[in-house]
Design a protein around this ligand. Structure first.
Ligand code: SRM
Ligand code: SF4
Length: 549
């Protein structure tokens, strides 16, 4: 696209020698714990973000110390599947070599390790490699970790769709050998190597892909650039409906930024999946806005050129024609907690992990518990897009053993309210440099208050999809919740109301910049009306039906 000056990120990608920059030299610089110049951005393409603990930033400044720079590293896990052995390796590293001794399950089925000091960065990459893992393309202007519906019951369909999530992830990875060269001491190769799919300056902005299995929309397709929705016949995958251009982020006081639902392009057969994925990425690569990063995502490209023009270009590049969308229906987004039996006879235990934070506390040693389970478990672990964990593939004879360990380490047994289970928050403070308000650290308290309101109005059998996100980037997917809080400042949020249960309606702004106490007063009044009106079982639908927003 012709536009004004390219953004500085375009320059740095072009000059990076395929993502190498001078990261290797920076790694050896003992003067600072951080990365300088372009390397600050380039390490993202290798799955890392430079951070510091904001709780102690001022204190260090007072002492004239530089912030305690660390990196947060995101492990790539297409479809969120990880073996017990891989889990144990990561667990040990987290305990011994990270500032917080935690493993954070993200809402995109990845793992984040917060607080890795510079001398430990290369060792963690080498460890991941030894475990058969990597952190490639989990950040930066590339196709990110590919999501797949956690579907422990229809095991065969899950297996088929999971294989596609893996294949798409591999197919769209950067091809540069920079990762191996820098982190794994791989052989130096000619830096004129090509990026056949992503292009030599990579994508204009981050790009997100899902593979989902209706009726469960746990992946939240409308937060994603590219979605493959499984169409099956008697448990066998036959093809996918393709939807493009979803996204939730916006910037305060910039009306050119907005959340957008994904648009339907059509149905494709399995043989066309990789060529369509590649074509969508390449159209966005060539047509996406490279001048203004705020308008660079696929959603803006689609709105600028029109869905039909975008679709025809994808058809041309992939050498296919989309068929009409096949009927599909999403009805829910939450995980099925507890034990379930798959059609293949295996058993699966889905654990509720508050905010995905796997960490030991004196009352709840859940990190140790997961490690103890990993030592004896013969199946795998699955991370869900709701930040939860599934102990998957448990044989009948092993159920008692796994259940006993889960109970002993308090991974099960605590009665979380339905309301808490339907609530989600992004990481936010203290590690996120962009956070404006608290999210993960307040979600228990806020969800409990909402639950109390439901009890007060005799609605304790109901729940509200409630999400809190620490800033308008929207990582907590609050803009697909029935009630969403978007952080403005400590203790203040924009209140969004009226999303629906299956995640296909963006809630509307009710009022901006409200103190949290005022939000709970408003919620009290609205829940009281809901209790009296009886026009809908679901709060989001009630708010829309009654024209509250
Ligand atoms: Fe996010 C940036 C955490 C899902 C939109 N996100 C960040 C960073 C890396 C902050 C930064 O750039 O320095 C956060 C790190 C915090 C920390 O300390 O860990 C962060 N995002 C997260 C996670 C961990 C939230 C969670 O609690 O699980 C999720 C990691 C997913 C993963 O494994 O890759 C996460 N981020 C999302 C989602 C939801 C989703 O994808 O389903 C969104 C909204 C959907 C979308 O993309 O529109 C999201 N994150 C953003 C944005 C805004 C992007 C944009 O279009 O403008 C940023 C900022 C940016 O990219 O400039 C961001
Ligand atoms: Fe950080 Fe904002 Fe994302 Fe929360 S929404 S993790 S505060 S960037």
């Amino acid at each position: 696209m012709k536009d004004s000056k390219l953004s500085d990120n375009e320059r740095l990608k072009a000059e990076s020698k395929h993502l190498r920059g001078t990261i290797t030299q920076d790694l050896q610089n003992p003067i600072t714990g951080g990365f300088e110049g372009d390397n600050f951005q380039l390490i993202r393409f290798h799955g890392m973000y430079q951070q510091d603990d904001r709780d102690i930033r001022q204190e260090r400044l007072k002492q004239k110390l530089e912030p305690l720079h660390t990196v947060m590293l995101r492990v790539r896990l297409p479809g969120g599947i990880i073996t017990p052995n891989q889990w144990l390796g990561i667990d040990e590293f987290a305990s011994k070599h990270t500032q917080y001794a935690s493993i954070r399950v993200t809402n995109r089925q990845a793992i984040q390790l917060h607080g890795v000091l510079k001398p430990n960065i290369k060792p963690v990459h080498k460890l991941l490699d030894k475990l058969g893992l990597d952190s490639k393309a989990t950040a930066g202007d590339v196709n990110r970790n590919v999501l797949c519906t956690s579907n422990p019951i229809e095991s065969e369909l899950h297996q088929q769709t999971y294989q596609w999530a893996k294949k798409i992830s591999e197919h769209l990875l950067p091809k540069t050998r920079a990762y191996a060269e820098i982190w794994l001491d791989g052989e130096k190769v000619d830096t004129s190597e090509h990026e056949p799919i992503l292009g030599d300056t990579y994508l204009p902005r981050k790009f997100k892909t899902t593979v989902s299995v209706p009726p469960l929309n746990d992946v939240d397709i409308h937060a994603n650039d590219l979605n493959f929705v499984a169409i099956s016949d008697r448990g066998q995958l036959t093809g996918f409906n393709v939807l493009v251009g979803g996204g939730l982020a916006m910037t305060y006081n910039d009306k050119s930024t907005y959340p957008r639902l994904a648009s339907e392009l059509g149905f494709i057969e399995l043989k066309d999946v990789l060529s369509v994925a590649q074509a969508v990425v390449s159209v966005q690569r060539d047509w996406g806005n490279r001048s203004n990063r705020r308008n660079a995502k696929t959603k803006y490209t689609l709105d600028r050129v029109g869905v039909d023009v975008f679709k025809h270009e994808v058809e041309k590049r992939a050498g296919i024609q989309f068929s009409a969308i096949k009927p599909y229906e999403f009805t829910m987004r939450g995980d099925r907690l507890g034990w379930t039996k798959g059609v293949d006879g295996d058993n699966h235990l889905t654990l509720f992990i508050p905010s995905g934070r796997v960490i030991d506390s004196s009352q709840k040693p859940i990190k140790t518990g997961m490690a103890e389970i990993a030592k004896v478990h013969t199946g795998d672990f699955r991370l869900t897009p709701n930040q939860n964990l599934i102990i998957a593939g448990v044989k009948d004879q092993d159920i008692a053993k796994i259940n006993e360990l889960a109970e002993r380490y308090k991974l099960i047994g605590e009665a979380f309210s339905k309301q808490r289970i339907q609530s989600m928050a992004c990481v936010s403070l203290p590690t996120c440099p962009l956070a404006m308000a608290e999210a993960e650290r307040v979600i228990d308290e806020y969800a409990t208050k909402i639950y109390q309101l439901l009890i007060n109005h005799n609605l304790e059998d109901r729940d509200i999809i409630f999400r809190v996100t620490g800033c308008p980037n929207g990582c907590g997917r609050a803009l697909l919740a029935e009630v969403g809080l978007v952080g403005r400042a400590i203790g203040r949020y924009d209140l969004y109301l009226g999303g629906n249960r299956n995640g296909s309606r963006i809630p509307r702004l009710y009022e901006a910049n409200l103190p949290i106490e005022r939000i709970f007063t408003i919620m009290d009044e609205l829940v009281a009306c809901w209790a009296n009106a009886a026009t809908s079982d679901y709060f989001g639908d009630f708010l829309i039906n009654e024209k509250v927003v």
